[in-house]
Design a protein around this ligand. Structure first.
Ligand code: ZN
Length: 586
Protein backbone atom coordinates (compact mmCIF):
# COMPACT_ATOMS: atom_id res chain seq x y z
CA UNK A 1 0.00 0.00 0.00
CA UNK A 2 1.19 3.47 -0.84
CA UNK A 3 0.22 6.34 1.39
CA UNK A 4 -0.59 9.30 -0.85
CA UNK A 5 0.15 12.77 0.35
CA UNK A 6 -1.66 14.90 -2.15
CA UNK A 7 -0.94 18.57 -2.32
CA UNK A 8 -4.40 19.72 -3.22
CA UNK A 9 -5.07 23.25 -4.53
CA UNK A 10 -6.16 24.18 -1.00
CA UNK A 11 -2.60 23.65 0.19
CA UNK A 12 -1.07 25.51 -2.71
CA UNK A 13 2.52 26.13 -1.64
CA UNK A 14 2.54 29.82 -2.39
CA UNK A 15 -0.24 30.31 0.16
CA UNK A 16 1.98 28.93 2.86
CA UNK A 17 5.66 29.45 3.38
CA UNK A 18 6.25 30.29 -0.24
CA UNK A 19 7.16 27.65 -2.75
CA UNK A 20 10.88 27.83 -2.08
CA UNK A 21 10.41 26.60 1.46
CA UNK A 22 8.86 23.30 0.44
CA UNK A 23 11.52 22.32 -2.02
CA UNK A 24 15.01 21.20 -1.13
CA UNK A 25 17.60 23.93 -1.51
CA UNK A 26 19.97 23.72 -4.43
CA UNK A 27 23.57 24.68 -3.93
CA UNK A 28 24.48 28.04 -5.40
CA UNK A 29 26.65 28.44 -8.42
CA UNK A 30 25.41 25.31 -10.13
CA UNK A 31 26.58 25.07 -13.68
CA UNK A 32 25.26 22.92 -16.48
CA UNK A 33 28.18 20.56 -16.17
CA UNK A 34 28.15 20.23 -12.44
CA UNK A 35 24.45 20.55 -11.66
CA UNK A 36 22.94 17.70 -9.72
CA UNK A 37 19.23 17.06 -9.59
CA UNK A 38 16.96 16.72 -6.62
CA UNK A 39 16.68 13.28 -5.10
CA UNK A 40 14.67 11.10 -7.42
CA UNK A 41 12.44 9.90 -4.61
CA UNK A 42 11.68 11.58 -1.33
CA UNK A 43 11.12 9.12 1.55
CA UNK A 44 7.98 9.75 3.54
CA UNK A 45 9.93 10.77 6.58
CA UNK A 46 11.31 13.64 4.56
CA UNK A 47 8.29 14.51 2.51
CA UNK A 48 5.82 14.63 5.35
CA UNK A 49 7.40 17.48 7.29
CA UNK A 50 7.83 19.37 4.05
CA UNK A 51 4.17 18.94 3.30
CA UNK A 52 3.29 19.86 6.84
CA UNK A 53 5.13 23.14 6.51
CA UNK A 54 2.67 24.18 3.87
CA UNK A 55 0.20 24.82 6.63
CA UNK A 56 2.26 25.54 9.71
CA UNK A 57 5.48 27.39 10.07
CA UNK A 58 6.69 25.41 13.07
CA UNK A 59 6.03 21.88 14.20
CA UNK A 60 3.07 21.58 16.58
CA UNK A 61 2.21 18.78 18.96
CA UNK A 62 -0.57 17.66 16.66
CA UNK A 63 1.83 17.76 13.71
CA UNK A 64 4.28 15.52 15.51
CA UNK A 65 1.34 13.25 16.34
CA UNK A 66 0.42 12.98 12.68
CA UNK A 67 4.05 12.39 11.76
CA UNK A 68 4.20 9.60 14.33
CA UNK A 69 1.11 8.04 12.82
CA UNK A 70 2.49 8.33 9.34
CA UNK A 71 5.78 6.77 10.36
CA UNK A 72 3.88 3.95 12.05
CA UNK A 73 1.96 3.42 8.82
CA UNK A 74 5.23 3.49 6.91
CA UNK A 75 6.71 0.86 9.18
CA UNK A 76 3.70 -1.38 8.82
CA UNK A 77 3.07 -1.02 5.11
CA UNK A 78 5.79 -0.09 2.69
CA UNK A 79 9.56 0.25 2.84
CA UNK A 80 9.82 3.34 0.60
CA UNK A 81 6.93 5.74 0.24
CA UNK A 82 7.39 8.86 -1.82
CA UNK A 83 5.67 11.57 -3.71
CA UNK A 84 5.52 10.46 -7.30
CA UNK A 85 6.71 13.82 -8.61
CA UNK A 86 8.03 17.14 -7.44
CA UNK A 87 5.71 19.04 -9.75
CA UNK A 88 2.64 17.89 -11.61
CA UNK A 89 1.04 20.24 -14.11
CA UNK A 90 -2.40 18.94 -14.96
CA UNK A 91 -4.78 19.47 -17.83
CA UNK A 92 -3.01 22.20 -19.81
CA UNK A 93 -2.67 22.54 -23.55
CA UNK A 94 0.90 21.48 -24.16
CA UNK A 95 3.00 22.95 -26.96
CA UNK A 96 6.21 20.95 -26.96
CA UNK A 97 8.32 23.56 -28.79
CA UNK A 98 8.79 21.47 -31.95
CA UNK A 99 6.21 23.45 -33.88
CA UNK A 100 3.61 20.72 -33.39
CA UNK A 101 0.11 21.89 -32.49
CA UNK A 102 -1.01 21.99 -28.87
CA UNK A 103 -2.51 18.93 -27.22
CA UNK A 104 -4.06 18.25 -23.89
CA UNK A 105 -1.51 16.63 -21.59
CA UNK A 106 -0.11 16.52 -18.08
CA UNK A 107 3.53 17.31 -17.39
CA UNK A 108 5.51 15.85 -14.49
CA UNK A 109 8.80 17.12 -13.11
CA UNK A 110 11.28 15.42 -10.82
CA UNK A 111 14.43 17.23 -9.79
CA UNK A 112 15.54 19.41 -12.66
CA UNK A 113 14.06 17.26 -15.43
CA UNK A 114 10.74 16.62 -17.09
CA UNK A 115 9.97 12.97 -16.39
CA UNK A 116 6.59 12.50 -18.07
CA UNK A 117 4.36 14.19 -20.63
CA UNK A 118 0.96 12.69 -21.39
CA UNK A 119 -1.91 11.33 -19.40
CA UNK A 120 -0.71 10.83 -15.85
CA UNK A 121 -2.94 8.69 -13.60
CA UNK A 122 -5.27 10.60 -11.28
CA UNK A 123 -3.71 8.80 -8.32
CA UNK A 124 -0.26 10.28 -8.94
CA UNK A 125 1.04 12.57 -6.22
CA UNK A 126 3.27 15.60 -6.26
CA UNK A 127 4.46 18.21 -3.84
CA UNK A 128 3.37 20.98 -6.17
CA UNK A 129 0.22 20.55 -8.20
CA UNK A 130 -0.59 23.07 -10.89
CA UNK A 131 -4.07 23.11 -12.34
CA UNK A 132 -3.40 24.23 -15.91
CA UNK A 133 -6.88 23.77 -17.34
CA UNK A 134 -7.47 26.55 -19.85
CA UNK A 135 -3.77 27.40 -19.79
CA UNK A 136 -0.90 26.81 -22.19
CA UNK A 137 2.10 24.79 -21.05
CA UNK A 138 5.31 25.27 -23.03
CA UNK A 139 9.08 25.09 -22.72
CA UNK A 140 10.61 28.19 -21.17
CA UNK A 141 11.50 30.82 -23.74
CA UNK A 142 15.07 31.21 -24.97
CA UNK A 143 16.21 34.76 -25.81
CA UNK A 144 19.00 34.71 -28.42
CA UNK A 145 19.81 38.41 -28.00
CA UNK A 146 19.81 39.88 -24.50
CA UNK A 147 21.59 42.86 -23.02
CA UNK A 148 20.89 41.58 -19.48
CA UNK A 149 24.62 41.46 -18.72
CA UNK A 150 26.33 43.09 -16.93
CA UNK A 151 23.33 44.21 -14.82
CA UNK A 152 22.28 40.60 -14.21
CA UNK A 153 25.61 40.21 -12.39
CA UNK A 154 24.46 42.64 -9.68
CA UNK A 155 22.60 41.35 -6.60
CA UNK A 156 19.67 43.74 -7.17
CA UNK A 157 19.02 42.66 -10.75
CA UNK A 158 20.14 39.01 -10.64
CA UNK A 159 16.51 37.81 -10.19
CA UNK A 160 15.89 38.95 -13.80
CA UNK A 161 12.22 39.62 -13.12
CA UNK A 162 11.43 41.30 -16.48
CA UNK A 163 12.56 38.05 -18.12
CA UNK A 164 10.66 35.72 -15.79
CA UNK A 165 7.43 37.67 -16.28
CA UNK A 166 7.87 37.12 -20.02
CA UNK A 167 8.46 33.39 -19.61
CA UNK A 168 12.14 33.62 -20.52
CA UNK A 169 14.21 30.93 -18.80
CA UNK A 170 17.44 31.15 -20.84
CA UNK A 171 19.15 34.14 -22.42
CA UNK A 172 22.22 34.70 -24.56
CA UNK A 173 24.56 37.42 -23.31
CA UNK A 174 27.06 39.72 -25.03
CA UNK A 175 25.22 40.37 -28.33
CA UNK A 176 26.06 42.98 -30.99
CA UNK A 177 29.75 42.15 -30.61
CA UNK A 178 29.69 43.40 -27.02
CA UNK A 179 30.56 42.03 -23.59
CA UNK A 180 34.00 41.31 -22.15
CA UNK A 181 36.95 40.19 -24.30
CA UNK A 182 37.81 37.65 -21.59
CA UNK A 183 34.75 35.69 -20.51
CA UNK A 184 36.33 34.04 -17.47
CA UNK A 185 35.38 36.75 -14.92
CA UNK A 186 31.82 36.99 -16.27
CA UNK A 187 31.33 33.22 -16.06
CA UNK A 188 32.86 33.07 -12.57
CA UNK A 189 30.71 35.98 -11.44
CA UNK A 190 27.49 34.37 -12.63
CA UNK A 191 28.41 31.05 -11.08
CA UNK A 192 28.85 32.77 -7.73
CA UNK A 193 25.88 35.13 -7.90
CA UNK A 194 23.51 32.84 -9.67
CA UNK A 195 20.86 34.57 -11.77
CA UNK A 196 17.13 33.97 -11.92
CA UNK A 197 17.36 32.55 -15.43
CA UNK A 198 19.90 30.45 -17.31
CA UNK A 199 22.57 32.51 -19.04
CA UNK A 200 24.72 31.54 -22.01
CA UNK A 201 27.75 33.58 -23.09
CA UNK A 202 28.83 34.62 -26.57
CA UNK A 203 32.16 36.25 -27.40
CA UNK A 204 31.93 39.64 -29.09
CA UNK A 205 33.89 40.80 -32.14
CA UNK A 206 33.71 44.43 -31.03
CA UNK A 207 35.02 43.43 -27.60
CA UNK A 208 38.06 41.57 -28.92
CA UNK A 209 38.78 44.27 -31.53
CA UNK A 210 38.65 46.99 -28.87
CA UNK A 211 40.94 44.92 -26.64
CA UNK A 212 43.52 44.35 -29.37
CA UNK A 213 43.29 47.55 -31.45
CA UNK A 214 41.20 50.13 -29.60
CA UNK A 215 38.56 52.14 -31.44
CA UNK A 216 40.67 52.87 -34.50
CA UNK A 217 39.33 53.34 -38.04
CA UNK A 218 41.54 50.95 -40.01
CA UNK A 219 41.85 47.31 -40.97
CA UNK A 220 43.63 44.88 -38.71
CA UNK A 221 47.23 43.84 -39.38
CA UNK A 222 47.84 40.07 -39.68
CA UNK A 223 49.32 40.15 -36.19
CA UNK A 224 46.24 41.89 -34.76
CA UNK A 225 43.98 39.50 -36.63
CA UNK A 226 45.79 36.54 -35.06
CA UNK A 227 45.48 38.12 -31.61
CA UNK A 228 41.72 38.64 -32.05
CA UNK A 229 41.29 35.08 -33.27
CA UNK A 230 43.25 33.93 -30.22
CA UNK A 231 40.80 35.72 -27.93
CA UNK A 232 37.84 34.12 -29.73
CA UNK A 233 39.49 30.70 -29.42
CA UNK A 234 40.11 31.24 -25.71
CA UNK A 235 36.47 32.21 -25.16
CA UNK A 236 35.21 29.21 -27.11
CA UNK A 237 37.42 26.97 -24.96
CA UNK A 238 35.76 28.46 -21.89
CA UNK A 239 32.37 27.43 -23.28
CA UNK A 240 31.13 30.40 -25.29
CA UNK A 241 28.34 29.28 -27.60
CA UNK A 242 29.46 31.38 -30.52
CA UNK A 243 30.69 34.66 -31.93
CA UNK A 244 28.55 37.78 -31.71
CA UNK A 245 29.24 40.64 -34.06
CA UNK A 246 28.18 44.25 -34.47
CA UNK A 247 29.80 45.80 -37.54
CA UNK A 248 27.19 48.58 -37.39
CA UNK A 249 28.92 49.74 -34.22
CA UNK A 250 32.46 50.90 -33.68
CA UNK A 251 35.04 49.41 -33.65
CA UNK A 252 33.80 46.40 -35.69
CA UNK A 253 32.42 49.00 -38.12
CA UNK A 254 36.01 49.45 -39.25
CA UNK A 255 36.44 45.75 -40.05
CA UNK A 256 36.03 44.09 -43.44
CA UNK A 257 34.34 40.79 -44.27
CA UNK A 258 37.65 38.90 -44.30
CA UNK A 259 38.30 39.91 -40.69
CA UNK A 260 34.89 38.56 -39.65
CA UNK A 261 35.40 35.34 -41.63
CA UNK A 262 38.69 34.82 -39.77
CA UNK A 263 37.03 35.24 -36.38
CA UNK A 264 34.08 33.06 -37.41
CA UNK A 265 36.53 30.34 -38.48
CA UNK A 266 38.18 30.54 -35.05
CA UNK A 267 34.73 29.94 -33.56
CA UNK A 268 33.69 27.23 -36.01
CA UNK A 269 36.76 25.18 -35.10
CA UNK A 270 34.61 24.22 -32.11
CA UNK A 271 31.55 21.99 -32.46
CA UNK A 272 28.08 23.56 -32.47
CA UNK A 273 29.39 27.14 -32.74
CA UNK A 274 27.38 29.88 -34.43
CA UNK A 275 27.86 33.48 -35.44
CA UNK A 276 25.26 36.18 -34.80
CA UNK A 277 25.47 39.66 -36.30
CA UNK A 278 23.92 43.08 -35.87
CA UNK A 279 24.50 43.65 -39.55
CA UNK A 280 26.63 46.45 -40.96
CA UNK A 281 23.67 48.35 -42.36
CA UNK A 282 19.99 47.71 -41.58
CA UNK A 283 18.85 50.57 -43.80
CA UNK A 284 20.56 52.52 -46.56
CA UNK A 285 23.42 54.12 -44.62
CA UNK A 286 26.29 52.79 -46.74
CA UNK A 287 26.29 49.28 -48.20
CA UNK A 288 22.53 48.87 -47.70
CA UNK A 289 20.53 46.23 -45.88
CA UNK A 290 20.58 43.61 -48.65
CA UNK A 291 24.37 43.69 -49.01
CA UNK A 292 24.71 43.61 -45.22
CA UNK A 293 22.59 40.45 -45.05
CA UNK A 294 24.72 39.05 -47.87
CA UNK A 295 27.78 39.64 -45.69
CA UNK A 296 26.29 37.33 -43.02
CA UNK A 297 25.60 34.73 -45.71
CA UNK A 298 29.19 35.03 -46.97
CA UNK A 299 30.65 34.60 -43.49
CA UNK A 300 28.37 31.62 -42.80
CA UNK A 301 29.35 29.98 -46.08
CA UNK A 302 33.09 30.62 -45.88
CA UNK A 303 33.51 29.84 -42.20
CA UNK A 304 31.08 26.90 -42.38
CA UNK A 305 29.11 28.19 -39.41
CA UNK A 306 25.41 28.90 -38.85
CA UNK A 307 24.88 32.64 -39.31
CA UNK A 308 22.15 34.59 -37.55
CA UNK A 309 20.89 37.97 -38.76
CA UNK A 310 20.04 39.27 -35.33
CA UNK A 311 17.01 41.52 -34.72
CA UNK A 312 16.25 41.37 -38.42
CA UNK A 313 14.59 44.48 -39.81
CA UNK A 314 14.58 46.98 -42.66
CA UNK A 315 15.29 50.29 -41.00
CA UNK A 316 14.01 53.61 -42.33
CA UNK A 317 11.19 54.67 -44.68
CA UNK A 318 13.58 54.59 -47.65
CA UNK A 319 13.90 50.79 -47.37
CA UNK A 320 10.42 49.85 -46.17
CA UNK A 321 9.13 46.94 -48.22
CA UNK A 322 12.62 45.53 -48.74
CA UNK A 323 11.81 42.65 -46.40
CA UNK A 324 10.73 40.69 -49.48
CA UNK A 325 14.18 41.07 -51.05
CA UNK A 326 15.99 40.22 -47.82
CA UNK A 327 13.81 37.13 -47.32
CA UNK A 328 14.49 36.03 -50.91
CA UNK A 329 18.27 36.32 -50.36
CA UNK A 330 18.13 34.28 -47.18
CA UNK A 331 15.87 31.64 -48.73
CA UNK A 332 18.22 31.33 -51.70
CA UNK A 333 21.25 30.86 -49.45
CA UNK A 334 19.40 28.31 -47.35
CA UNK A 335 18.34 26.42 -50.46
CA UNK A 336 22.03 26.30 -51.43
CA UNK A 337 22.87 24.71 -48.08
CA UNK A 338 24.12 27.73 -46.14
CA UNK A 339 22.77 27.82 -42.60
CA UNK A 340 21.21 31.24 -42.17
CA UNK A 341 18.74 32.22 -39.49
CA UNK A 342 17.34 35.35 -37.91
CA UNK A 343 15.85 36.58 -34.69
CA UNK A 344 13.42 39.42 -34.22
CA UNK A 345 11.72 41.53 -31.55
CA UNK A 346 8.11 42.41 -32.34
CA UNK A 347 8.25 46.20 -32.33
CA UNK A 348 8.40 48.89 -35.00
CA UNK A 349 10.93 50.88 -33.01
CA UNK A 350 14.53 49.88 -32.45
CA UNK A 351 16.93 50.85 -29.74
CA UNK A 352 20.13 52.66 -30.61
CA UNK A 353 22.04 55.78 -29.64
CA UNK A 354 22.36 59.30 -30.99
CA UNK A 355 25.93 58.58 -31.99
CA UNK A 356 25.38 55.24 -33.75
CA UNK A 357 22.23 56.31 -35.56
CA UNK A 358 23.14 59.86 -36.62
CA UNK A 359 26.91 60.33 -36.72
CA UNK A 360 28.98 59.17 -39.73
CA UNK A 361 31.29 56.26 -38.98
CA UNK A 362 34.58 58.12 -39.49
CA UNK A 363 33.54 60.73 -36.91
CA UNK A 364 32.85 58.04 -34.29
CA UNK A 365 36.48 56.93 -34.25
CA UNK A 366 37.76 56.93 -30.70
CA UNK A 367 34.25 56.88 -29.25
CA UNK A 368 32.02 59.46 -27.60
CA UNK A 369 34.79 61.55 -26.07
CA UNK A 370 36.71 61.89 -29.32
CA UNK A 371 33.47 62.82 -31.09
CA UNK A 372 32.69 65.48 -28.49
CA UNK A 373 36.13 67.02 -29.11
CA UNK A 374 35.61 67.03 -32.89
CA UNK A 375 32.28 68.80 -32.45
CA UNK A 376 34.05 71.67 -30.64
CA UNK A 377 35.87 72.53 -33.88
CA UNK A 378 33.49 74.65 -36.02
CA UNK A 379 34.72 73.37 -39.40
CA UNK A 380 34.63 69.77 -38.27
CA UNK A 381 31.23 70.32 -36.68
CA UNK A 382 29.85 71.63 -39.98
CA UNK A 383 31.25 68.63 -41.85
CA UNK A 384 29.76 66.13 -39.38
CA UNK A 385 26.45 67.98 -39.28
CA UNK A 386 26.14 67.86 -43.07
CA UNK A 387 26.40 64.07 -42.96
CA UNK A 388 23.94 63.85 -40.07
CA UNK A 389 21.19 65.42 -42.19
CA UNK A 390 20.58 62.33 -44.39
CA UNK A 391 21.08 60.04 -41.38
CA UNK A 392 18.24 61.82 -39.56
CA UNK A 393 16.06 61.26 -42.65
CA UNK A 394 17.06 57.57 -42.56
CA UNK A 395 15.72 57.52 -39.03
CA UNK A 396 12.41 59.05 -40.20
CA UNK A 397 13.07 62.53 -38.79
CA UNK A 398 13.39 64.08 -35.32
CA UNK A 399 9.97 62.99 -34.03
CA UNK A 400 10.96 59.37 -34.68
CA UNK A 401 13.82 59.54 -32.17
CA UNK A 402 13.11 59.28 -28.46
CA UNK A 403 15.83 60.03 -25.91
CA UNK A 404 16.25 57.22 -23.39
CA UNK A 405 18.84 58.03 -20.77
CA UNK A 406 20.63 61.35 -21.17
CA UNK A 407 23.03 61.55 -18.25
CA UNK A 408 23.65 65.30 -18.54
CA UNK A 409 19.93 66.15 -18.16
CA UNK A 410 17.60 63.30 -17.20
CA UNK A 411 14.57 65.61 -17.57
CA UNK A 412 14.90 65.01 -21.31
CA UNK A 413 14.52 61.24 -20.96
CA UNK A 414 11.48 60.00 -22.84
CA UNK A 415 11.26 63.14 -25.00
CA UNK A 416 11.35 63.06 -28.78
CA UNK A 417 14.21 64.86 -30.52
CA UNK A 418 11.84 67.50 -31.96
CA UNK A 419 10.61 68.21 -28.43
CA UNK A 420 14.18 68.42 -27.18
CA UNK A 421 14.88 70.95 -29.95
CA UNK A 422 11.90 73.04 -28.85
CA UNK A 423 13.07 72.91 -25.21
CA UNK A 424 16.62 73.89 -26.15
CA UNK A 425 15.33 76.44 -28.67
CA UNK A 426 17.50 74.81 -31.33
CA UNK A 427 17.01 72.98 -34.58
CA UNK A 428 16.57 69.29 -33.57
CA UNK A 429 19.84 68.32 -35.26
CA UNK A 430 21.72 71.03 -33.38
CA UNK A 431 20.06 69.84 -30.18
CA UNK A 432 21.36 66.34 -30.97
CA UNK A 433 24.85 67.79 -31.47
CA UNK A 434 24.67 69.58 -28.11
CA UNK A 435 23.75 66.26 -26.49
CA UNK A 436 26.57 64.46 -28.32
CA UNK A 437 28.98 67.05 -26.89
CA UNK A 438 27.77 65.95 -23.43
CA UNK A 439 28.37 62.25 -24.11
CA UNK A 440 25.27 61.50 -26.19
CA UNK A 441 22.34 59.29 -25.20
CA UNK A 442 20.73 55.98 -26.02
CA UNK A 443 17.57 56.28 -28.08
CA UNK A 444 14.38 54.56 -29.12
CA UNK A 445 14.14 54.93 -32.88
CA UNK A 446 10.77 54.56 -34.62
CA UNK A 447 11.89 53.32 -38.00
CA UNK A 448 10.10 50.13 -39.05
CA UNK A 449 6.87 49.28 -40.81
CA UNK A 450 4.59 46.64 -39.30
CA UNK A 451 4.25 44.97 -42.71
CA UNK A 452 7.99 44.22 -42.75
CA UNK A 453 7.87 43.10 -39.10
CA UNK A 454 5.09 40.65 -39.99
CA UNK A 455 6.84 39.42 -43.14
CA UNK A 456 10.00 38.52 -41.21
CA UNK A 457 7.97 36.98 -38.40
CA UNK A 458 6.25 34.55 -40.76
CA UNK A 459 9.53 32.95 -41.84
CA UNK A 460 10.25 29.48 -40.48
CA UNK A 461 13.83 30.59 -39.77
CA UNK A 462 12.95 33.57 -37.55
CA UNK A 463 13.37 33.23 -33.79
CA UNK A 464 11.98 35.58 -31.15
CA UNK A 465 14.35 37.81 -29.18
CA UNK A 466 14.12 40.82 -26.87
CA UNK A 467 17.31 42.80 -27.57
CA UNK A 468 16.34 44.15 -24.16
CA UNK A 469 18.47 45.30 -21.27
CA UNK A 470 17.89 44.67 -17.58
CA UNK A 471 17.35 48.15 -16.22
CA UNK A 472 16.77 48.96 -12.57
CA UNK A 473 12.98 49.01 -12.28
CA UNK A 474 11.53 52.42 -12.98
CA UNK A 475 14.90 54.10 -13.37
CA UNK A 476 15.58 54.73 -17.07
CA UNK A 477 13.59 55.45 -20.20
CA UNK A 478 14.04 51.93 -21.53
CA UNK A 479 12.79 50.32 -24.72
CA UNK A 480 9.64 48.40 -23.72
CA UNK A 481 10.99 45.25 -25.39
CA UNK A 482 13.04 44.62 -22.24
CA UNK A 483 9.76 43.89 -20.43
CA UNK A 484 7.42 42.77 -23.14
CA UNK A 485 8.83 41.26 -26.34
CA UNK A 486 7.79 37.62 -25.94
CA UNK A 487 4.23 38.17 -24.56
CA UNK A 488 3.71 41.00 -27.06
CA UNK A 489 4.33 38.62 -29.93
CA UNK A 490 1.78 36.18 -28.47
CA UNK A 491 -0.78 38.91 -27.84
CA UNK A 492 -0.44 41.07 -30.96
CA UNK A 493 0.65 38.61 -33.63
CA UNK A 494 -0.98 35.34 -32.53
CA UNK A 495 -4.03 35.96 -30.35
CA UNK A 496 -5.39 39.35 -31.45
CA UNK A 497 -4.25 39.23 -35.08
CA UNK A 498 -3.21 35.79 -36.27
CA UNK A 499 -0.07 36.61 -38.23
CA UNK A 500 1.43 33.28 -37.14
CA UNK A 501 0.07 30.30 -35.20
CA UNK A 502 0.62 29.71 -31.49
CA UNK A 503 2.61 26.60 -32.40
CA UNK A 504 4.96 28.62 -34.62
CA UNK A 505 5.31 31.43 -32.08
CA UNK A 506 6.24 28.98 -29.33
CA UNK A 507 8.63 27.09 -31.63
CA UNK A 508 10.31 30.39 -32.61
CA UNK A 509 10.90 31.05 -28.89
CA UNK A 510 11.95 27.56 -27.80
CA UNK A 511 12.74 24.63 -30.09
CA UNK A 512 14.16 26.79 -32.86
CA UNK A 513 16.77 28.69 -30.80
CA UNK A 514 17.61 25.46 -28.96
CA UNK A 515 18.34 23.87 -32.34
CA UNK A 516 20.24 26.81 -33.88
CA UNK A 517 22.41 27.38 -30.80
CA UNK A 518 22.56 23.71 -29.78
CA UNK A 519 21.18 24.27 -26.29
CA UNK A 520 21.10 20.66 -25.17
CA UNK A 521 17.88 19.34 -23.61
CA UNK A 522 16.19 22.72 -23.47
CA UNK A 523 13.55 24.40 -25.60
CA UNK A 524 11.63 21.14 -25.67
CA UNK A 525 8.80 19.87 -23.54
CA UNK A 526 9.56 16.15 -23.51
CA UNK A 527 10.60 13.45 -21.12
CA UNK A 528 14.26 13.84 -20.19
CA UNK A 529 14.57 17.53 -21.03
CA UNK A 530 15.49 20.09 -18.39
CA UNK A 531 12.39 21.31 -16.62
CA UNK A 532 12.36 24.87 -17.93
CA UNK A 533 8.59 25.02 -18.21
CA UNK A 534 6.08 27.85 -18.36
CA UNK A 535 2.34 27.93 -17.77
CA UNK A 536 0.48 30.94 -19.11
CA UNK A 537 -3.07 32.07 -19.69
CA UNK A 538 -3.83 32.79 -23.35
CA UNK A 539 -6.74 34.97 -22.23
CA UNK A 540 -4.55 37.37 -20.28
CA UNK A 541 -1.01 37.05 -21.62
CA UNK A 542 0.19 40.44 -22.82
CA UNK A 543 2.89 43.07 -22.59
CA UNK A 544 2.06 46.18 -20.61
CA UNK A 545 5.27 48.15 -21.15
CA UNK A 546 4.90 51.06 -23.55
CA UNK A 547 7.34 53.54 -25.05
CA UNK A 548 6.00 56.15 -22.64
CA UNK A 549 5.88 53.84 -19.60
CA UNK A 550 8.37 51.08 -20.29
CA UNK A 551 8.81 49.80 -16.74
CA UNK A 552 5.87 47.43 -16.48
CA UNK A 553 5.98 43.67 -16.16
CA UNK A 554 4.22 41.50 -18.67
CA UNK A 555 1.06 39.69 -17.59
CA UNK A 556 -0.34 36.21 -17.94
CA UNK A 557 2.58 33.99 -16.82
CA UNK A 558 1.25 31.83 -13.97
CA UNK A 559 4.24 29.56 -13.48
CA UNK A 560 7.80 29.73 -14.70
CA UNK A 561 9.93 26.74 -13.74
CA UNK A 562 13.67 27.13 -14.12
CA UNK A 563 15.57 23.85 -13.80
CA UNK A 564 12.55 22.29 -12.14
CA UNK A 565 12.04 25.02 -9.57
CA UNK A 566 9.21 27.54 -9.61
CA UNK A 567 10.80 30.96 -10.07
CA UNK A 568 7.36 32.43 -10.70
CA UNK A 569 4.45 30.75 -8.88
CA UNK A 570 0.84 31.86 -9.21
CA UNK A 571 2.15 34.83 -11.12
CA UNK A 572 4.51 35.95 -8.36
CA UNK A 573 8.29 35.69 -8.10
CA UNK A 574 9.94 33.71 -5.32
CA UNK A 575 12.98 34.86 -3.41
CA UNK A 576 15.36 32.17 -4.61
CA UNK A 577 17.12 32.04 -7.95
CA UNK A 578 17.49 28.89 -9.99
CA UNK A 579 19.41 29.87 -13.14
CA UNK A 580 22.63 28.26 -14.29
CA UNK A 581 25.53 29.27 -16.46
CA UNK A 582 25.11 27.24 -19.63
CA UNK A 583 28.24 26.46 -21.58
CA UNK A 584 28.62 25.02 -25.07
CA UNK A 585 28.74 21.26 -25.17
CA UNK A 586 32.28 20.27 -26.19
ZN1 ZN B 1 21.85 45.10 -31.98
Amino acid sequence: MILKLHCAPSCSPVNGDGIQSILPQRGRGTSEAGGGGLPRAIPLGASFPLHHRLRRRSPSPSGRGFLGLALALLASTSPALAQDYDVLIRGGTVYDGSGAPGRSADVAIKGDRIVAVGTIPATATARTLVDARGKIVAPGFIDPHSHAAPNIQTPELAPALPMLYQGITTLFMNPDGGGPADLAPQIADLRTNIPGVNVAPMIGHNAVRAAVMGNVDRLATPEEQAKMEGLVTAAMKLGAFGLSDGPFYIPAKYSNTAEIVGLAKAASAFPHAFYESHIRDEGNYDIGVVAAVEEVITVAREAKIPGVVTHIKVLGPQVWGKSAEVIAHIDKARAAGVQVWADQYPYTASGSSLMASLVPGWAQEGGAEALAKRLEDPAMRAKIRAEMVPNLARRAGPHAIQIRAYKADPSLDGKRLDEVGAIMKLDPLDAAIEMLKQGGAPTVSFNMSDKDVEAFMRQSWTMTSTDGGLPPFGKTAEHPRAYGAFPRKLRNYVLDKPVISMAQAIHAATGLPAQVFDVVDRGALRKGAFADVIVFDPKTVRDTATYEKPHAYAQGMDYVFVNGRAALAEGKPVAERFGRVLLRTP
